[in-house]
Ligand binder design. Sequence first.
Ligand code: HPA
Length: 273
Amino acid sequence: MNPRPTPEDIAASAQRVRASGRAPTVAVVLGSGWDGIAEAVDTPLDIAYAELPAFPALGVAGHTGTLRLGRLGGAEVALLRGRQHAYESGDAAAMKGAIRTLAAIGCTTVVLTNAAGSLDPTMRPGALMLIADHLNIAQRTPLHGEPGNDRFVDLRDAYDPALRQRAKDAATTLGLALHEGTYAWVLGPQFETPAEIRMLRLLGAQAVGMSTVPETILARHAGLKVLGLSMLTNMGCGMEAETLSHAHTLQVAQGAREAAARLLRALVPALVA
Ligand code: HPA
């Protein structure tokens, strides 16, 4: 199936991180709008994905492809600035090597962030949502070709309830609104039709997006705890008059960037405390 990354690629990537002298225990995958936190880490040290053979080569503008190591509050963190999406190559396992490297270097928790469309009229563009559960509408898996019984990953409480509570507590302390709901993963890169949005709403999803779910599956398979956060950048297609575009997504994401950074800054150290 997907021969890459090899175990050797993962070992070499982990070795490269260890050689930096840093030992992060929590990692954050930064989606559109969430990158503001990168400026808040102390003693930042950057490693280009190009130096990490298990990490993806990136295509989408606005994603830089750098692993930033540093301190946030009392925590040693790894920030993944850039991800590869399944819609780029058709490969749902695009982040396999990156997630497995995080496990190999001793991370126990990964925070997955994204930009998403809102399916709930009360969740407006710019709002933040905690992912409580997901719908794998794409019906793809990053675990094709995996051997053994470990591949039958239990996804109950995939988005760790205790970590979700810490996220709610952090938001309350900050006076920041944080919704909670189910995230539907579609493959993309095209946006949904109005009929698809009506279907997703009927199925009980509150947000729709093109990332995160493969990473959640990989992280649970690797034994990492997962927290998922969406920034709602638009209402689902057909819910309102607006025309969707990637430029619009990035523009709204820019507006909510500060709130997202405040939340991560308070929350991430609390995840490993
Ligand atoms: N649909 C899918 N993915 C998205 C959307 C959307 O409306 N907005 C941001 N990412």
